[in-house]
Design a protein around this ligand. Structure first.
Ligand code: FS2
Ligand code: SF4
Length: 528
């Protein structure tokens, strides 16, 4: 196997043995490569047959890309079945290829090994495209579930997949890399619209970390629609719902928070799940990544839905009947007494919901605080969490931010510091959680609004971005920031293995992107 798509890749170079660091087996990795090769084949078949593309074709591409994101699908059976569906769709588009006597190979699947074994700069650029569109596809998938799609986003998937299969050089691939960022901005806007029109504009909300006595279900991942369905199906059944990981921001949406049995948040970021789920008397439902291979101590309490799948775990299918999860919750019964859990810094509650709507509603206050010198600097400390040592950098960095600065955050990396009480500035909390990784859209909106208020470029604002990455959604978000021309981003805990030295130099020259160093040194540099 060869896989180097995530931050924890073996030796910071690539997972090559019998299994990846994430637990993905070599056979599964090969099937995921085949699936990706089939998607490139489908994109080839679409070329010239655009009028034959249907909603089902688009949905298949989104599902195929999303399935191969880190910590989503470990199930050979479902991956193979999906590949067969992609092949069947290709056969529908180019039926004559099947029985052609002199096959030209024009619509063949792509052999991903030729990418992994190819020139390192081409491999780097194509990896940025491939991993980036995997991230975009996840966001497009969540929006589509709520009935929101964007033709331009869908069309781009075929363009990008087609490019991956071509023998193109740096000059041809680089614009497509940046286009991934541009399209992702559109896609995050689409998902923001889908979430806010469906569930209302998030407002700042305090979320307790205590789990109350009685039956409960923990729901993880990013899919708000699944959460809504689970809340509705558990109403009046004496079962409480607790969010986990990236589901935490759900508490801030009016149409979700109105349910009294959506009680609080359980646990911290994804990499702690094997420890945190080991002894809870409740089932856990995964709607998306990040799923780790469940330990025997709790594997029979793990349920999956949508593209998430793990061999042996019960999967809730398209009918969305959560009865098996509900029955398990009632059978396990929950805690006998309330359990007071804390965040990793000892805090008993966290706050979320500082969406662009919430922050921009007090934009005057923010602008005044900057003008009067009460706020000297903004930091966006956001992104994914992970298991690699050194990620406590982000906790230390936030603790060292001066009292006249604001920390905006998003995604699961915030669990390193979101239970800290850093106080307020003129009533504005010093830590503002803007939501999930896709709510980077909110951070971008706020940055653009500030630039507008101060009549300057985003790069001229007293704003620094200190980002943490892990999986492929972070890749597309980073590409969006680069597409917007944002400079001086600090990235950690390590730089992606798939960025070759030449591509890195290019990013440094154009965007001055750099690795994190130490909290003290970076703070000095950023405030310097
Ligand atoms: Fe965190 Fe995992 Fe949000 Fe990522 S829970 S690393 O999927 O997309 O962030
Ligand atoms: Fe390794 Fe990450 Fe790929 Fe898993 S997803 S095999 S950990 S590089």
């Amino acid at each position: 196997m060869f896989c180097f798509q995530c931050e924890q890749t073996a030796g910071c170079t690539g997972c090559t043995r019998n299994a990846g660091v994430c637990g993905k087996k070599s056979g599964t990795a090969r099937l995921q490569d085949k699936l990706t090769g089939a998607l490139v084949g489908l994109a080839r078949a679409v070329e010239g047959n655009e009028d034959q593309v249907t909603k089902e074709t688009d949905a298949l591409v989104m599902e195929g890309l999303f399935t191969t994101i880190t910590n989503v699908n470990f199930n050979d059976e479902t991956i193979s079945a999906l590949t067969s569906r992609i092949h069947a769709e290709k056969d529908r588009l180019v039926p004559r290829c099947l029985d052609c006597a002199s096959a030209c190979g024009r619509n063949d699947d792509y052999d991903i090994d030729s990418l992994w074994d190819g020139d390192e700069d081409i491999r780097s650029l194509k990896s940025l495209i491939l991993f980036g569109i995997r991230g975009v596809a996840a966001y497009a998938y969540h929006a589509a579930v709520l009935g929101y799609t964007d033709e331009e986003v869908n069309r781009f998937f075929y363009k990008a997949l087609f490019a991956i299969g071509m023998d193109w050089d740096t000059d041809e691939l680089l614009p497509i890399v940046l286009e991934v960022g541009e399209i992702n901005l559109k896609c995050m806007a689409l998902l923001d619209q889908a979430n806010t029109e469906t569930f209302g504009m998030p407002t700042p909300t305090e979320v307790p970390l205590t789990v109350e006595k009685g039956p409960f279900i923990v729901i993880s991942g990013h899919d708000m629609h699944d959460l809504k369905l689970l809340i509705e199906q558990t109403e009046g059944k004496g079962i409480n719902i607790y969010t986990h990981g990236e589901m935490l921001p759900a508490h801030a949406y009016p149409e979700l928070k109105k349910f009294a049995h959506l009680k609080g948040n359980f646990g911290t970021a994804w990499q702690n799940q094997q420890k945190e789920f080991a002894s809870i008397p409740a089932p856990v439902l995964f709607t998306t990544n990040c799923l780790m291979p469940p330990k025997p101590s709790y594997a029979d309490r793990v349920f999956t839905t949508e593209v998430v799948s793990y061999p042996g775990c019960i999967h809730i299918g398209e009918n969305k009947d959560f009865t098996p999860v509900i029955e398990r919750a009632l059978q396990l019964g929950g805690y006998k007494e309330d359990q007071a859990f804390t965040g990793i810094n000892g805090g008993t509650k966290v706050t979320t919901g500082f969406s662009h709507g919430a922050v921009l509603s007090v934009a005057d206050k923010v602008v005044d605080a900057v003008k009067s010198g009460k706020i000297k600097h903004f930091f966006l400390v956001g992104g994914c969490d992970g298991a690699r040592p050194g990620r406590n950098y982000y906790t230390e960095f936030v603790k060292k931010t001066p009292p006249d600065t604001i920390v905006l955050t998003l995604a699961c990396g915030k669990y390193r510091f979101n239970d800290l009480d850093l106080g307020t500035i003129d009533g504005l909390p010093r830590i503002m959680d803007m939501g999930q990784c896709n709510d980077a859209y909110s951070a971008i909106q706020v940055a653009l609004a500030l630039a507008d208020a101060f009549e300057c470029e985003v790069n001229e604002l007293p704003l620094s971005m200190v980002l943490s990455w892990y999986e492929q959604k972070a890749v597309c978000i980073l590409l969006t920031l680069l597409h917007l021309g944002i400079k001086n981003i600090l990235l950690g805990p390590t730089l992606p293995a798939f960025i070759s030295p030449n591509v890195l130099n290019l990013l440094i020259e154009k965007y001055n992107i750099g690795p994190i160093t130490t909290p003290d040194e970076d703070m000095r540099k950023l405030l310097g």
